[in-house]
Design a protein around this ligand. Structure first.
Ligand code: NAD
Length: 290
């Protein structure tokens, strides 16, 4: 089934990127964001991101007019609302509210009550069990994970996460929607961290341990070595600052708790920076100053 209308719940860092790529693919978006200031910031961020894309395209193709929809046309595909009940008109709902299990379960329960039974309910959680979120609903088979990567307009993959009870139809709808919006779906099991965070987070954590132990004198040396030596586009410490050190810490805590493996124990230098409020780019200070 080709999806025509998608509701996105929450228009923060991830939600606004998801809204943008869905509208750019020609689909209608019901954007559900209760905070007016977040709505305004999202519209501004989407406009800036589109401008940047069009400018880059025009630079690379100086003799051709940009083929995509105009900014006005694209923004016109987005309907901004505040109430969750508006999701009832969508074919798929993608929840992108903060990483808090109680909040996500409450929202899923409300969406379950509001949406007809053929609507697929997806969550963009990075670390919470899809199966547990699904249990908050009366139809866990229609709940799946759709784990997008940041920044959404730039990053191709989506981890489509199969919860214990997710139906093959719900997984196929989420995969088909991913392809419709130009992304690459990878179906993975509902295990802590899925694939990417399970492998990436220990790398980021180990970089902090190496810094704590003085294996290198400064973050620059660690990042430069990992870029040049492993061909990584970003070093692990600058990447941590980009993601947010609070997010890195909270995902590590979940991996450590749920997999009961000490290799995921958060580094001291990470815990100290988060306790001091140095969360990376978003606070102007992390492993680097911004
Ligand atoms: P964020 O804090 O930037 O945005 C969350 C948004 O949800 C805010 O705009 C907030 O106003 C809104 N919101 C809160 N309660 C709501 C409600 N009841 N109804 C509707 N909207 C509500 O968070 P984020 O960084 O965009 O993360 C969202 C989700 O995406 C989290 O589950 C996170 O783990 C996941 N994720 C984040 C990243 C990342 O790099 N930031 C990457 C992948 C996945």
């Amino acid at each position: 089934m080709s999806v025509q209308i998608v509701a996105v719940v929450g228009a923060g860092t991830m939600g606004r990127g998801i809204i943008q790529v869905i509208a750019a693919a020609g689909l209608k978006v019901i954007a559900i964001e209760p905070q007016a200031s977040q709505q305004e910031k999202a519209v501004e961020a989407i406009s800036v991101s589109l401008d940047r894309q069009v400018r880059k395209w025009t630079r690379d193709n100086p003799d051709v007019t940009h083929p995509g929809p105009s900014q006005e046309e694209l923004l016109g595909r987005i309907q901004w609302v505040e109430e969750l009940s508006e999701a009832a008109n969508a074919h798929v709902v993608i929840e992108a509210v903060p990483e808090n299990e109680e909040l996500k379960c409450t929202i899923m329960r409300q969406l379950d009550a509001a949406c007809p039974e053929d609507v697929v309910l997806a969550t963009n959680t990075s670390s919470i069990s899809i199966s547990r979120i699904a249990e908050a609903t009366s139809q866990p088979e229609r709940v799946v994970g759709m784990h997008f990567f940041n920044p959404v307009p730039m990053m191709q993959p989506i981890e489509v996460v199969r919860g214990e009870k997710s139906s093959p139809e719900a997984i196929e709808t989420a995969s088909e929607l991913s392809r419709q919006i130009g992304k690459a779906p990878y179906v993975v099991a509902d295990r802590p961290g899925f694939v990417v965070n399970r492998i990436l987070l220990p790398l980021m954590n180990e970089a902090v341990i190496a810094l704590d132990e003085g294996v290198a004198d400064d973050p620059e040396t660690i990042d430069a070595l990992m870029k040049a030596g492993c061909n990584h586009p970003m070093g692990p410490l600058e990447l941590s600052d980009f993601v947010g050190l609070d997010i890195v810490l909270s995902v590590l805590e979940v991996l450590h708790r749920d997999l009961q493996d000490d290799k995921f124990r958060p580094a001291k230098g990470l815990q100290e920076r988060v306790a001091a409020g140095h969360l990376g780019r978003k606070t102007g200070k992390g492993f680097y100053d911004y």
